[in-house]
Design a protein around this ligand. Structure first.
Ligand SMILES: Nc1ncnc2c1ncn2[C@@H]1O[C@H](COP(=O)(O)OP(=O)(O)O)[C@@H](O)[C@H]1O
Ligand SMILES: [Mg+2]
Length: 404
């Protein structure tokens, strides 16, 4: 654990009396605080981008016990009053709820944070409110692999109760491959074969201030913002979103709720109480023409924010990852850069680079964001970019979206 910039802090923070603690920093969030001249400190898990203008920087894990979290918060930040604590990442949500209480900041409910962090607690709680979801059980209460398969069918989905980005998730096909662990860390689920989508909500005062739907065109690779489902699907998505937010009593912040669109209807997947990943925030900016990070900070700081009423374009974001191997060639970079629909493009690899396996959705070798004037135009753009941009790996061609 290291603490930098440990000068004693005094006074009332920045010029407007605000002093913010960011747990799990995101670059764009920090840039926005900076631009506004808001005094801030940071608790991050790993060293990352430069933070020399932060009042304090703590680099330490987000411990898995409440006691240890509390000790760390009091030890590193307890001598100062913070007006607001903002969680930027999944693992920061519960530490932030504790920190708010310990540091005298704007309060949130710790049980809500826990329910948004722990997939088992989340599902057990929401099932009480009749939110439709796939059957699930705690791995620790299962009697035998045979019982699990009899109840959930094959494959059994096994994942960490506390995780994100598809890390440590597996589909177990056969009974003999399910060796039950009693460490209470996993949830088991019935497999759902269906397209997926998400709903992003900005809330304050217990009310939804702005809502967007995202279609996962290709899971973990291609997202449409806003989604292009028909009105009936959209309205059931929004109704489910409202019910979940209400059940969880979420007062303020951003939520990212995932759903499965099965033929029999909508199923709740999970909810996160933090900004979405997958460059959805960037896509919101280009699709609607507002600063999604400024809006997030406004919700956290309990300030008014004027949201747009409707999208002004149809964004597609492609997250690039061609799978593990050696990059042989990249084709189409000039096409992408010169295309008038392109809004953001980043490619971090060149021929000869070695790419490791993608463990979480947060790992990529770049991304591409473009906007069309209509949902139809966006589809045509997806085809055009697929055809023209490719990353060739060791003799195989991986078209974007890579790794499909
Ligand atoms: N029960 C399930 N049936 C089918 N696919 C699943 C199931 N659970 C998870 N997945 C797949 O794995 C992805 C990640 O799982 P999720 O529950 O969202 O956890 P996280 O995003 O926190 O890793 C989902 O978006 C989905 O594609
Ligand atoms: Mg998820």
């Amino acid at each position: 654990m290291t603490t930098d910039n440990t000068q004693p802090l005094s006074g009332r923070g920045g010029s407007d009396g605000r002093r913010v603690l960011v747990i799990g920093p995101r670059r764009a969030l920090i840039e926005h605080l900076r631009a506004r001249g808001i005094a801030f400190s940071v608790w991050r898990e790993h060293a990352g981008f430069a933070l020399e203008d932060a009042e304090r920087v703590l680099t330490a894990p987000f411990w898995n016990t409440t006691e240890k979290l509390k000790r760390t918060i009091s030890g590193a930040f307890g001598d100062t009053r913070y007006t607001h604590v903002i969680a930027g990442a999944e693992g920061a949500v519960y530490p932030a709820a504790l920190a708010r209480r310990l540091l005298g900041a704007r309060l949130s409910t710790a049980t809500t944070a826990l329910r948004c962090r722990d997939k088992l607690a989340m599902k057990e709680y929401l099932a009480e409110f009749d939110i439709p979801m796939t059957d699930f059980m705690a791995e620790s209460v299962a009697c035998s692999a045979a019982d699990v398969f009899a109840r959930l069918g094959a494959p059994v989905v096994r994942k960490r109760r506390k995780s994100s980005g598809g890390r440590e998730l597996s589909f177990v096909e056969r009974e003999q491959d399910l060796v039950l662990q009693k460490d209470r860390r996993n949830i088991l689920e019935r497999f759902v074969s269906a397209p997926e989508a998400s709903i992003e909500s900005y809330l304050n005062g217990g009310e939804i201030q702005f809502v967007n739907t995202t279609r996962y065109v290709e899971k973990r690779h291609v997202n449409f913002v806003p989604a292009d489902f028909d009105e009936a699907v959209l309205s059931t998505m929004l109704a489910l979103n409202r019910r979940v937010l209400k059940a969880l009593k979420i007062n303020w912040g951003i939520t990212h709720l995932e759903v499965y669109l099965t033929e029999a209807g909508l199923l709740f997947g999970e909810i996160a109480l933090r900004p979405p990943g997958g460059y959805i925030m960037n896509a919101l900016h280009h699709a609607y023409g507002f600063d999604p990070w400024a809006a997030f900070v406004a919700m956290e700081l309990d300030e008014p924010f004027t949201f747009p009423q409707a999208p002004r374009g149809y964004a597609c974001v492609e997250v690039l990852h061609p799978g593990r191997g050696v990059v042989a060639a990249v084709r189409g970079e000039q096409f992408v850069r010169a295309h008038p629909a392109t809004r953001e493009f980043r490619l971090k690899v060149r021929p000869g680079d070695v790419i490791g396996e993608r463990q979480g959705a947060g790992q990529d070798v770049g991304y591409l964001l473009y906007v069309g004037p209509s949902p139809q135009a966006r589809h045509a753009l997806l085809d055009a970019f697929r055809e023209n941009l490719s990353i060739t790996m060791d003799g195989t061609v991986t078209q974007t979206p890579a790794g499909a």
